[in-house]
Design a binder for this molecule. Sequence first.
Ligand code: PMP
Length: 425
Amino acid sequence: MLRATSRNSALRERAARVIPGGMYGHESTALLPAEFPQFFARGVGSRLWDADGNEYIDYMCAYGPNLFGYADAEIDRAAIEQLARGDALTGPTELMVELAEQLVAMVAHADWAMFCKNGSDATTLAIMTARAHTGRRKILVAKGAYHGAQPWSTPVPVGVVAEDRAHLISFEYNDLASLERAAREAGADLAGVIVSPFKHDAFVDQELPEPEFARAARDLCDRSGALLIMDEVRGGFRLSRDGSWTHLGVAPDLSAWGKCLANGHAISALLGSEKARAASSRLYVTGSFWFQAVPMAAALATLRRVCESDYLERTRSLGEKLRAGLSAQAAAHGYALRQTGPAQMPLVRFDGDPDFRRGFAWTAEAVKRGAYLHPWHNMFICAALTEGDVDKTLAITDEAFAALRRREGTLEPHPVVAALLGARG
Ligand code: PMP
């Protein structure tokens, strides 16, 4: 368990001088236990190495993008071969059309695709399309949901004015009455409803969608003429090889994708149904890097694997193995866990740990021993993980539970998290 940390500490000091706050957003170390490394040197398959050379079995997948393992040979070969031909050119290559065709073939509701870089680009395009389509302003958004870091969506509204969010109305995920209430408040100005495939908010238990809730969101949009927007940025292709609500019989009008679309290469997409095509074609939207061919080549290679491999079943069963193992260990050590959401996107919380002091201490003990687990954000299982990796992880977490037990009585709430949770109420 002897871990080197000097390079990471030196980088943190240098970063503090030239990077605002030393780091920003969810990567801000202020939001993680002090034992977590800030800087990484490389990743291969399910493994990460930090700047000091410490190795981790990684359960964050770069916060989602890594679906098939870091540095996947086949996907990266497609990217490298395209790089030799050209990447950001004066216009797109034919890969753009091929990728749009591929996504339209895979995702039941989609008749067209537009490409951009980040999930935030795609969710923002989605609400613009809904407004262009309807000529209305109001967008219903689930309370606590994350849809990106634009002024309309960032969870911490510093540098944001009330007008940026003036036409957003919140509802509670899975709560039909609150959805109807929000719709009544929007009245004849309702442009769209944005939802995630399941509730995957930070710091709270995850919730799968109630089928009645999903159907009610669809009905509401049909009745009012508003567009239903699915934010697939995090959950897309992790729950299904199609749209995430296809199995519920609910088709959105628009869906925003990103993260694992190209196994870590930078690309996101807005997919839409025929109904929304005319509106989206009237938007003026673009970006210097939106037509890069390299991530499109990587996306095509990734989607081929999505279609042809058993990644979905594998990640689900590995997640179930981890979940069952953790639950047995927790009980043996006298703890109760709340493990929520799909097994392949696990969130692990301690029961009776409102300020996350146990979650922080336990994940810190796991990180020190080589398993990168997260205390408050859902994790991700990648298809490069093996059963042996899960066994190794469970050996680590067993020790982490024992270490936590020894630390009971000395645990302190994390000050930044306590302030954040306090501010949220
Ligand atoms: N929507 C969801 C559900 C997300 O999880 C994220 C990123 N965590 C985004 C949108 C924004 O994506 P990006 O960070 O690529 O802009």
